[in-house]
Design a protein around this ligand. Structure first.
Ligand code: KE4
Length: 428
């Protein structure tokens, strides 16, 4: 652990918590974060040369695997023409046409992160409807814009309260919180705030409280209530977009949102976000409309090249999605087998190339049940698997990400390690 430890010490002196994004600090699992030197295919290599099977994939972007040759080549080629012009480029038009090849996306705007995509989509919904209030669902994460760092007030019908220092009450009060998978809690908020809700934003598959799947008809019910109430339905597909299917969760579940936010996969590993959907809503965005939104590096040509290369491969090779689904299914089935044979107190959720292993033996269908997980046991599992060369998210409340680069051998090895852990642990 020499170099990671030394680097972490230096980082702590100059970067808050020693990291540029909190989850990387290993705070909820303890120990020293691994500093990664390089990555290739399904593997990460830390500064001490140790190899790990990568089950984070940069939190979603690396759906084809790390350092994909076609993506790398596209970046190098684009960089030869210059890095950024602050002017319109052909690449941005190609990217817009690629994303708008999805039937439910009529117009799209590029930004630089998922947070920026969400912030802008919510502002578009408010500008389009002339309403201020927003409904979000507990346990869903939509980036760190003030209005999204909010938790339910004392009674679910009351205004939201800040879920972070630095968020003014004035921002939080316009954000109401309901329960994921509980359409009745959402209907109550619409009733209590008649004609005041600009939008409802949801992760169609929740991947930020661990992995929680929508109950049957839940997404259709969201669509129905937003249509009835004249509220904009925003699917936050920063994780699920181009992952569950080329058309994301909207295609997978056949439910059409009004706006969609994207990130991660559409950047191929470069900083990219986007929001888009109905033309009548997106036409409100400056300079065609009066909802202001801008960005120096939005549509950056090098980032567009990376994203276009990745999306083109996904679009032209739809069989990749079947491979991803099989990988996720094999992992889930294998973990279920380990659970049975070792009497392991875990619940496994999985859909396509996403999975979640909760350290609880109750079904996990929302934030309340996810919170029942034994995070101490998860931390032990995390470190055992890390030592075995399997790099999972350093938090119980994140997802497992599979890529097209993960081999059968990688999955079988991981399952063997998990079985060893639970066998040993049960014997403890
Ligand atoms: P970014 O601003 O981090 O690009 O995207 C924010 C965001 C928005 N919506 C969803 C559904 C997301 O999952 C995210 C970010 N995801 C986390 C992983 N749980 C990013 C990892 C991190 O914060 O370092």
């Amino acid at each position: 652990m020499g170099r990671s430890e030394a680097l972490f010490e230096r980082a702590l002196a100059r970067i808050p918590g020693g990291v540029n994004s909190p989850v990387r600090a290993f705070l909820s699992v303890g120990g020293v974060p691994r500093f990664i030197k390089r990555a290739d295919g399904a593997y990460l290599f830390d500064e001490d040369g140790k190899r790990y099977i990568d089950y984070i994939g940069s939190w979603g972007p690396m759906i084809l695997g790390q350092n994909h040759p076609a993506v790398k080549e596209a970046v190098v080629k684009a960089a030869e023409n210059g890095l950024s012009f602050g002017a319109a480029t052909e690449k941005e038009v190609e990217m817009a046409e690629m994303i708008c090849s999805l039937s439910h996306i009529e117009m799209i705007r590029m930004v630089n992160s998922g947070t920026e995509a969400v912030m802008s989509a919510v502002r578009a919904a408010r500008g389009f409807t002339g309403r201020d209030k927003v409904i979000k669902l507990e346990g869903c994460y939509h980036g760190h814009a003030d209005g999204m760092l909010v938790k339910a007030g004392s009674g679910v019908m009351t205004a939201g309260v800040p879920d972070s220092a630095g968020v003014p009450q004035g921002c939080a009060r316009e954000t109401l919180t309901a329960a994921y998978n509980d359409i009745e809690s959402i209907k109550r908020l619409f009733e209590e705030n008649k004609g005041e809700i600009a939008c409802l934003i949801a992760e169609p598959v929740a991947a930020n409280m661990g992995l929680v799947l929508p109950k049957e008809h839940f997404l259709e019910d969201l669509r129905e209530i937003c249509t009835k109430e004249g509220a904009v339905l925003i699917f936050d597909e920063v994780i699920t977009g181009f992952r569950l299917a080329f058309g994301g969760a909207a295609e997978y579940f056949h439910v059409t949102p009004d706006l969609v936010t994207y990130g991660k996969i559409i950047g191929g590993g470069m900083p990219v976000g986007a929001y888009g959907g109905r033309k009548d809503i997106m036409s409100c965005i400056s300079p065609s409309g009066n909802v202001y939104q801008a960005g120096t590096l939005s549509g950056n040509p090098v980032a567009m090249a990376a994203g276009l290369a990745q999306l083109t491969i996904l679009k032209e090779n739809p069989q990749i999605y079947e491979k991803l689904r099989k990988t996720g299914q094999r992992f889930a089935e294998g973990m279920e087998a380990v659970k049975k044979s070792c009497h392991a107190p875990v619940t496994v959720n999985q859909i396509g190339s996403l999975a979640g292993v909760f350290f609880t033996d109750i079904p996990v269908t929302d934030y309340e049940t996810a919170k029942q997980s034994d995070t101490k046991a998860f931390a032990e599992y995390f470190h055992f698997m890390l030592e075995k060369g399997c790099y999972f998210a350093p938090s119980q409340f994140e997802a497992v990400f599979f890529s097209a680069a993960h081999s059968k051998e990688d999955i079988e090895y991981t399952l063997e390690c998990a079985e060893e852990f639970f066998r040993e642990r049960v014997l403890l």
